[in-house]
Every structure is written in structure tokens, then in C-alpha cells.
Write a protein that binds this ligand. Structure first.
Ligand SMILES: *[C@@H]1O[C@H](CO)[C@@H](O)[C@H](O)[C@H]1NC(C)=O
Ligand SMILES: *[C@@H]1O[C@H](CO)[C@@H](O)[C@H](O)[C@H]1NC(C)=O
Ligand SMILES: *[C@@H]1O[C@H](CO)[C@@H](O)[C@H](O)[C@H]1NC(C)=O
Ligand SMILES: *[C@@H]1O[C@H](CO)[C@@H](O)[C@H](O)[C@H]1NC(C)=O
Ligand SMILES: *[C@@H]1O[C@H](CO)[C@@H](O)[C@H](O)[C@H]1NC(C)=O
Length: 233
């Protein structure tokens, strides 16, 4: 009886560890993001590209305790200097009780207007330690040719950041950013995402049991339940 219980427990634990590590490996692969940060460290943008679906996944983070973050892209073939907020495809988001993000288009240094076609989808948002984080996705090349920048593997974009101290309560009348920054160079978002995805991980040297590490607590509960089941049957 005791031997059976031990065997069952070991098998369950092994299968459990295998599953946990497998899920982690998958999540890890999906989570390889390219990233840029403003020189003052107040804004960070990370992104990943799924070349099968053509979807770009963004995580933007800015120093804003209780307001919004925005990121804009301008095709340098259309706006060679990246200046004056001309032809910037902008996503602005934040977090109140729930997250929000909207798709805007900017033609000059005034409040951008909401795109008629909304092509950004909120995935997650939060506020913590003086930072606001917004995760969203958008098709790299959406079908909105008027108010979106088509981001292809040979598009170079200027990246502009903005933030404000208060949340947007009305997406057509909200007030101006408190801070705006243009990164000093252009970026090929797709190429950088592909490079990030292709980057190899450092070799894993920890033993399999150690890799399962954080799951010990869950595993013990699992083991206890299994033991109980085996003993009572
Ligand atoms: C996506 O990228 C992978 C890895 O570079 C490649 O093997 C695959 O063929 C690509 N798929 C498409 C649809 O481009
Ligand atoms: C974007 O996709 C459309 C089809 O939806 C295509 O006609 C257009 O050429 C693409 N744009 C770029 C820059 O690849
Ligand atoms: C860029 O995209 C085009 C069209 O989708 C494809 O034919 C080409 O191989 C891609 N180039 C790179 C470097 O991925
Ligand atoms: C946002 O502001 C506009 C202009 O003042 C107004 O017409 C609209 O009703 C407002 N929207 C909401 C949801 O309050
Ligand atoms: C703008 O905000 C209003 C009110 O919250 C909402 O109903 C509307 O869907 C938003 N507009 C877009 C384009 O998402």
C-alpha cells in the first residue's frame, strides 16, 4: 500500500513537473520581445511579432501614477524627420478600474483624433509603483490605409512617446500630454521583433527538479491529494 502510494506520488510529480516546464518553455518563447527605452528611462516599449498572423503585440510602460501612456509611429518614408506629430499612428491607453486603449491618428501638433476604424485591442493594463503599463495588439498592416501606418518588414518608423498625469475620461476631448518624446532614430519593428524571437537562450544548467522549483507548493497539495486518494481506495 505505502509503496503504491509512493510510486503514484512520484509519477504524478514527474508528470506535473514535465507539464509545468513545457508550459513555461512555450510561454517563454512567446515572450521574447524587442524593446526600446527613452534616454531618461521614463518610457519603455516592448513588442513581438507573429509572422503567421501578422499581429504585433506591444507592451508600453511609462512613468505615470494615475494617467495615460501613448506611443506613436510615423513611417519615415512619409515623415522623414519624425517632427510635428505629422502622420503618426498613435495608441493611447491607461488603467482606471479597467484598462483602456484607443487608436488615434495625428496630422499636426494638436490632440490626435480617434480613428474611424479602431485597430488596437487591449490585452492587459495596470498601474504600479508610479508606472502605467498597457498591453495591446494590432495588425502590423491593418486594413485602415487612411489612419494607420502599415508596418512591414521594410518599414522604418519614428517612435514617439507621450504621457499625462490624468486618465482619459472622454476619448475625444482629453487634454494634451504632459510630456512628449521622440526617439532620435528610426526602427524596423518587424526585423527587431524577428531578431528578438530568434535570439537563443543561455543554456539551462539547472536540474529538472530545480526547474520545477516554484511549483513545489502546488505540487505538495497535488501529492497530498493523490496520497489521500490512493490510501482511501
Ligand atoms: C515565420 O518565421 C519562421 C522563423 O523564422 C519561419 O520558419 C516561417 O516560415 C515564417 N512564416 C511565415 C508565414 O513567414
Ligand atoms: C497591406 O495589406 C494590403 C491588403 O490588406 C495590401 O494591399 C497592401 O499592399 C499591404 N501594404 C503593405 C505596405 O504591404
Ligand atoms: C519581407 O516580406 C516580404 C513579403 O511579405 C517577403 O517576401 C520577404 O521575404 C520578407 N523579407 C524578410 C527579410 O523577411
Ligand atoms: C465627449 O465630449 C464630446 C465633446 O464635448 C461630447 O460630445 C461627448 O458626448 C463626450 N462623450 C462622453 C462619453 O461623455
Ligand atoms: C470613446 O469613448 C466612448 C465612451 O466611453 C465609447 O463609447 C466609444 O466606444 C469610444 N470610442 C471608440 C472609438 O472606442
Amino acid at each position: 500500500m505505502k509503496v503504491n502510494c509512493m510510486i503514484a506520488a512520484v509519477v504524478v510529480f514527474a508528470v506535473f513537473c514535465f507539464a509545468v516546464n513545457d508550459v513555461r518553455a512555450h510561454m517563454h518563447n512567446m515572450m521574447k520581445y524587442a524593446s526600446v527605452m527613452s534616454t531618461d528611462g521614463k518610457y519603455q516599449l516592448q513588442w513581438a511579432y507573429n509572422n503567421e498572423t501578422g499581429m504585433l503585440y506591444f507592451k508600453m510602460k511609462c512613468q505615470s501614477t494615475d494617467g495615460w501612456c501613448g506611443v506613436g509611429f510615423a513611417d519615415n518614408a512619409v515623415n522623414p524627420t519624425g517632427k510635428n506629430m505629422e502622420n503618426f499612428d498613435i495608441a493611447i491607453g491607461g488603467f482606471t478600474d479597467v484598462g483602456y486603449v484607443w487608436d488615434f491618428w495625428s496630422t499636426s501638433k494638436i490632440r490626435p483624433t480617434l480613428d474611424t476604424m479602431q485597430d488596437v485591442t487591449l490585452m492587459d493594463a495596470s498601474q504600479m509603483n508610479g508606472y502605467t503599463m498597457v498591453e495591446f495588439k494590432r495588425p502590423a498592416n491593418s486594413s485602415d490605409t487612411d489612419q494607420d501606418v502599415a508596418i512591414t518588414n521594410d518599414t522604418k518608423v519614428w517612435i514617439m512617446f507621450g504621457s499625462a498625469a490624468s486618465d482619459i475620461t472622454n476619448n475625444s476631448t482629453f487634454s494634451q500630454h504632459d510630456v512628449r518624446q521622440l526617439l532620435p532614430m528610426t526602427y524596423n519593428l518587424i526585423a527587431m521583433a524577428m531578431d528578438a524571437a530568434a535570439a537563443t537562450d543561455p543554456p539551462v544548467t539547472t536540474a529538472s527538479a530545480a526547474k520545477c522549483g516554484g511549483s513545489y507548493a502546488v505540487a505538495s497539495v497535488f501529492l497530498a491529494l493523490t496520497a489521500r486518494f490512493v490510501l482511501s481506495s
